[in-house]
Design a protein around this ligand. Structure first.
Ligand SMILES: Nc1ncnc2c1ncn2[C@@H]1O[C@H](COP(=O)(O)OP(=O)(O)OP(=O)(O)O)[C@@H](O)[C@H]1O
Ligand SMILES: [Mg+2]
Length: 326
């Protein structure tokens, strides 16, 4: 039985349809990635699953409990790390966790031990008596994960857990999060804007404008892009494009002074291209598809804010390409 089941979920706010007929399932003990650009409907879906918001229509179940009718059983089954931090900065790490343990009805005699256990888990035991306002962003995020785990939930929701963290803190936090299903039998439901972070997911659903537009493992999704891309610079790109078509029957397009060739087996193609074009070749590189390429292909947008602002697909693709090669 899946640990999360969502059927035809709809949520409207006035005339905005934030979640538009969404259905998916998540298997127990897996890492599930819910990906989409700003305003896609991710947080709204999470809020419904966590029994914090009622849907307009549709059904959702966690651990067999109906998210609308059995909200207290649902809340016991889940831990949440919200998109915006919700720690009390004027309390110590330990006080924050003790308060949460109390809210979640962890037995009185058991609370301090549980708090110590989760603080050790996130490597903050030595800082337990420090005020949270003295913590760095990464430490606060780790403390929130600890808090989400204190009542031993079946599912941990992480809404943008690495937002605002530096690359090293992001990597550390992910290393820790990806170990959780195996070590603590918890299912992870996460959102992120960083596509490379989604590589750790067993399964992914991509949501755009409130609708799920694709799903599957990272490998399956990458197949949507249709294989590799070869980038080729030559002395005469127009001539090279015509020669490639005539001799190898491959379609190339020219963009920004370069030839782009989409092909299933890029590595096998490169020697043939070089044989055919000879001295005219100035440089060649091969790009394997990434989840960001999948996202660009499906939505025409890069997943992160700064890339998505009104850019057309080609500009965004070229920027993504430049970044990969800089
Ligand atoms: N309480 C609300 N009242 C009105 N509209 C809302 C409310 N909450 C969300 N929305 C709208 O619903 C849509 C989806 O928002 P949501 O927060 O679910 O997106 P998101 O995918 O989490 O985006 P982000 O990546 O920016 O966090 C947006 O258009 C948003 O403005
Ligand atoms: Mg959100």
């Amino acid at each position: 039985m899946p640990i999360i089941r969502v059927e035809n979920l709809v949520k409207r706010f006035g005339n905005i349809t934030a979640v538009n007929d969404v259905s998916f399932e998540v298997d127990d003990g897996t890492i599930f990635g819910f990906l989409g650009p700003n305003g896609a409907g991710k947080t709204t879906t999470i809020n419904i699953l966590c029994a914090l918001l009622s849907p307009t229509s549709g059904k959702a179940f966690i651990n067999g409990h109906d998210c609308m009718r059995e909200s207290s059983s649902v809340r016991k089954s889940i831990g949440i790390v919200f998109q915006d931090t919700t720690l009390d900065k004027d309390l110590t790490a330990e006080e924050n966790l003790l308060f949460h343990a109390y809210l979640y009805n962890v037995e009185k005699g058991e609370r301090r031990k549980r708090v110590d256990d989760v603080l050790r888990l996130v490597d903050l035991f030595d800082r337990k008596n420090d005020l949270v306002k003295k913590f760095s962003g990464g430490m606060k995020r780790r403390l929130e994960v600890a808090r989400g785990l204190i009542h031993r939930p079946k599912v941990l929701f992480l809404d943008e857990p690495t937002l605002g963290l530096d690359p090293q803190s992001r990597t550390n936090l992910w290393e820790f999060i990806t170990e959780l299903p195996r070590r603590h039998s918890v299912t992870i439901f996460m959102t992120t804007h960083y596509m490379e972070e989604a590589e750790v997911c067993d399964d992914i659903a991509i949501i755009d404008n409130g609708k799920i537009i694709a799903g599957g493992s990272p490998e399956k999704l990458k197949k949507i892009v249709g294989g590799d891309v070869i980038y080729l610079k030559t002395r005469d790109n127009v001539l090279a494009r015509d020669t490639i078509k005539k001799t190898l029957d491959l379609d190339a397009s020219i963009r920004d002074g370069e030839l782009f060739i989409s092909t299933v087996k890029g590595d096998a193609c490169i020697p043939e291209l070089i044989r055919t074009l000879g001295d005219s070749v100035l440089s060649v590189s091969l790009q394997r598809p990434t989840l960001n390429d999948v996202f660009l292909k499906l939505t025409g947008k890069a997943i992160r804010d700064e890339e998505a602002s009104g850019a057309d697909t080609i500009k965004a693709e070229v920027r993504a390409y430049r970044r990969r090669h800089s």
